[in-house]
Structure formats: C-alpha cells, structure tokens
Design a protein around this ligand. Sequence first.
Ligand SMILES: NC(=O)C1=CN([C@@H]2O[C@H](COP(=O)(O)OP(=O)(O)OC[C@H]3O[C@@H](n4cnc5c(N)ncnc54)[C@H](OP(=O)(O)O)[C@@H]3O)[C@@H](O)[C@H]2O)C=CC1
Ligand SMILES: Nc1nc(=O)c2c([nH]1)NC[C@@H]1CN(c3ccc(C(=O)N[C@@H](CCC(=O)O)C(=O)O)cc3)C=[N+]21
Length: 292
Amino acid sequence: MTAKILDGAALAQELRSEFKLRAEALAAQGVRPGLAVVLVGEDPASQVYVRNKVNACAQAGFHSEKIVLPPDTTAAALLERIAALNADPAIHGILVQLPLPKHIDADAVLEAILPEKDVDGFHAENIGALTQGNPRFVPCTPQGVMELLEKGCISLKGQEAVVIGRSNIVGKPMALLLLAAGATVTICHSQTRDLAFHTRRADILVAAIGRPRFVTGDMIKPGAVVIDVGINRVPEGQPDAGKLCGDVDFASAKEVASAITPVPGGVGPMTIAMLLANTLLAAERVLNGQHC
Ligand SMILES: NC(=O)C1=CN([C@@H]2O[C@H](COP(=O)(O)OP(=O)(O)OC[C@H]3O[C@@H](n4cnc5c(N)ncnc54)[C@H](OP(=O)(O)O)[C@@H]3O)[C@@H](O)[C@H]2O)C=CC1
Ligand SMILES: Nc1nc(=O)c2c([nH]1)NC[C@@H]1CN(c3ccc(C(=O)N[C@@H](CCC(=O)O)C(=O)O)cc3)C=[N+]21
C-alpha cells in the first residue's frame, strides 16, 4: 500500500486565490488587509520564511510591511515598534517571527501585541479563548493541519489522535483542535516513556518534534493518517543531505500510512495560507466593527 498524499501546496494555492477575491471585496469597501512581519536578527531560515509571508501577501493583494531589526535590538525598542503597529490603522495583523534572540522575553513581546491583531494566535487571551472553545484567532500551523484533514475527508470523531510535541506554537494548540473535533488525544514529548507504544495506537499521528526523519514506518499503525509538521535539513551522510525533510521518515511511513503530508509541500504552505486567512479575518472584523 502506498499512502495518499495530502497536498498542502495545492490546497494553499486554492485558498490563496479565494483570499484574493475576499481582499478585493474588502478593498472595495475601503479596507485593504494589512500584515506586519517583524524579524529580529539575521537567521537565514527566518529570513526565508519572512520573505515567503510577505510575497504571499503581495500575491493576494494585501498590504504588508517587513520590519527587520538588528540582532542586538533591546526589548524596549521592540516593544516600541509593536506599540506603533498596534496603533497603525493600515495594519490588521502583526507577526513577530520566532525564535527571538535570547536576551528578549518572547512572552512579554507576544503579550504586547493587541489581541485583535494577533494573527498568530499566540497571545494569552487568544489561547485562553481557544481553550474555552470560543476561538478568535487559531494558531496558523494547527489550523492548516485541520484544513488539510477536512479537505482529505478524514473524520476525527472518536479517532485516536497522537501529537508528538507540546510547544505553545504547534503541539498544544494542535491537541486542543483535535480534541474539539472529537478525537481522543494523547500528547507525547521528550519525557514520554515509550513513544512507539503511543504512536502505534494512533489513527491520526501528528509529528511536531524538530528531529529529521524521527518517526519511522515501524512506529505507525497500518492505515493511519500521518501529518508531518517538521521542517528540518537532512543531516550529512543521509540521502538528499542538505535538503528539507520532515520529522517523519517519508519513505518508510508512506508504505504503512493511508494518507501522509509531504515535506516540503505539506503543512508549511498551509501555515502561510492560514496567516493570510487570519489577517483577512482581522480586517473583516475592523470593517464590521466587531471589536474595541
Ligand atoms: N510546517 C510549519 O508550518 C511549521 C513547522 N515547524 C517545525 O515543527 C517542528 C516542531 O516545532 P516546535 O513545536 O516549534 O518545536 P519545539 O522545539 O518548541 O518543540 C518540540 C517538541 O518535541 C518534543 N521532542 C523533542 N525530542 C523528542 C523526542 N525524542 N521524543 C519525543 N518528543 C520529543 C519536545 O519535548 P519537550 O517539550 O519535552 O522538550 C517538544 O515538546 C520543527 O521542525 C519546526 O521547524 C514549526 C512551526 C511551523
Ligand atoms: N511568529 C511565528 N509564526 C510562525 O508561524 C512561525 C514562526 N514564528 N517561526 C518559525 C515557524 C516555521 N514556520 C513555517 C512556515 C512556513 C513554512 C513553509 O512554507 N515551508 C515550505 C518550504 C519552505 C522552504 O523551501 O524553505 C514547505 O514546507 O513546503 C515553513 C515553516 C512558521 N513559523
């Protein structure tokens, strides 16, 4: 058996065409959706992501601003930039690229973003709302995964879902969304005693670990749906060294799973599409006066 490929790149492209139409409709009413992306430092991978986000905005007819600050930027200076973006009516969404340099308290920065402009969904208020089952902005990566599952007609009610990873940006919100959709959810992490015991029980397995090709075919239940969130470089000495790979060993996993997301072309493009979706939502809410 070879698994069906859940094509995130194609679905993201489809969604982005829809967003363009919605942005045009908003612009006709005098509001052009605007996203600000703030990058502190010179990490090359972050630079690529930020460029991709800004390009996606341009293609969909959004206004966007890229704010690049030097690596030695103080927390106070960053907070000042955020305060200015909070007050800027042309900006509906603010994203501060993570990770931030170690000398800056990332939580304090995320809390400084106005909740109604927090298109990443990382502000405590938005996480609280999601936890209570009343979401305002759903974090982009887990939201993208849910869209892919829905598009793939994968039902979640009563299914055993296992999420590997418990980060605030992926693992935890992913588990909350699967739970809300009716799955029975297990969250695994680096202290989990017998990881394979859990993964082999999963009807839906989500890997958000940050370790190249960590999940192998023998850890997967035959027929499971495998979602690979990881974005890693293939280590030296392995086939395709230096290229992008996920947290799942695609070659062995696709022989066992019923459906699987590739890397690249799976969850990553969906994350960017959901960032545009959240920015549109923020702009639509301004037009409809749904906050303040
Ligand atoms: N496709 C996309 O759009 C996105 C992709 N990513 C990618 O997803 C991956 C995860 O990102 P993120 O959540 O930010 O990463 P973090 O490093 O914040 O979290 C990784 C999680 O994996 C767990 N973990 C690490 N090693 C093991 C192990 N050996 N066994 C079991 N669990 C383990 C950690 O456990 P513990 O908590 O105990 O340390 C932690 O909870 C990365 O590859 C990242 O690049 C991230 C964001 C978006
Ligand atoms: N505040 C904040 N919000 C984020 O959403 C956020 C962040 N910080 N920090 C880093 C992670 C990572 N992330 C990705 C987004 C898109 C791709 C993506 O488009 N990947 C393409 C490949 C891109 C390439 O070729 O490098 C793919 O998988 O096909 C990957 C990773 C968002 N993150």
